[in-house]
Each structure stands twice: as structure tokens, then as C-alpha cells.
Write a protein of this length. Structure first.
Length: 145
């Protein structure tokens, strides 16, 4: 696992986050990179270091099925941002790009039980999903419908 690319506080306050959020932060899924030059890969880079969160999300579309076969992320920021990106990569695999776009920040907030002050992390991940799908489609001369 590429822990050096995950930057956040060493521990999460136990009362502020759900067990699922803590698990995704301490054991993030799908950390890493895909070949951004591949026509099958869509890449997103969202957020701002000044705000405190930056997420790079990549999806690989299987050309045979048209479904997302793989998703990877790297994150700089809070434990909530890392957990939200980790959860999203699990949700993305096996979905069509159109159904991936249906993943909303509110879905991530609800699933992880994020506190109000961390809702922006889930919104950022939803923006990353849209940007990654958009990047993939731009490589194929398509637009988001």
C-alpha cells in the first residue's frame, strides 16, 4: 500500500467518526495510480491544498464491457477525505460510467455517517467521480449527458 501518498492526522477522534469511516481511513482500499495516458483511464484531480483536501481519482473502463473495472485514488487531507475516496472506489467498480455519476456526496455522507463539518469531503469525491468520467469521455470524443 502506498501510505506515503495518504496524508492526514495520525488518528481520528473516536467519537467524531463512525466505525466504517475509521476503517476506510486506517485501511484505505484501492490506493494508487493507473496509467493516465491509457485511453481506458479517466483521471480527476480535485480540491485545493489551501483548503486542506486534494483527491486524485482514476477509473479504468473495461473496453469489453463498458463498465468500470478498476478505481484508484490518492489523497491529501483529512481522514474523512481519505475514507470517502476509499469508499467511492469500492462503489465504482462494476458500474457503468452513467450510473457512477449517480453517486452523490449525500450518499457518501449517509454511508459513512460523516459529521456536518466533513460533508465537503464527500462532495469533493462526487466531483472527482464526475471529473474522471468526463476525462474518460473526452478521450473518446463524448460528453457527459
Amino acid at each position: 500500500m502506498e501510505r506515503r501518498f495518504l496524508r492526514a492526522a495520525a488518528t481520528l477522534p473516536a467519537m467524531a467518526y463512525s466505525q466504517q469511516t475509521t476503517d476506510h481511513f486506517e485501511n484505505p482500499r484501492n490506493v494508487g495510480s493507473l496509467d493516465g495516458g491509457s485511453p481506458c483511464v479517466g483521471t480527476a484531480l480535485v480540491g485545493s491544498p489551501g483548503v486542506g483536501e486534494v483527491i486524485r481519482l482514476q477509473i479504468r473502463i473495461d473496453p469489453a464491457t463498458g463498465l468500470i473495472g478498476e478505481a484508484r485514488f490518492k489523497a491529501y487531507g483529512s481522514g474523512a477525505a481519505i475514507a470517502a475516496a476509499s469508499l467511492a472506489t469500492e462503489w465504482l467498480c462494476g458500474r457503468a460510467p452513467d450510473t457512477a455519476l449517480a453517486i452523490a456526496g449525500t450518499d457518501i455522507v449517509r454511508e459513512l455517517g460523516l459529521p456536518p463539518e466533513r460533508v465537503h469531503c464527500a462532495i469533493l469525491v462526487a466531483e472527482a467521480i464526475e471529473a474522471a468520467v468526463s476525462d474518460y469521455r473526452a478521450k473518446h470524443g463524448q460528453t457527459i449527458s
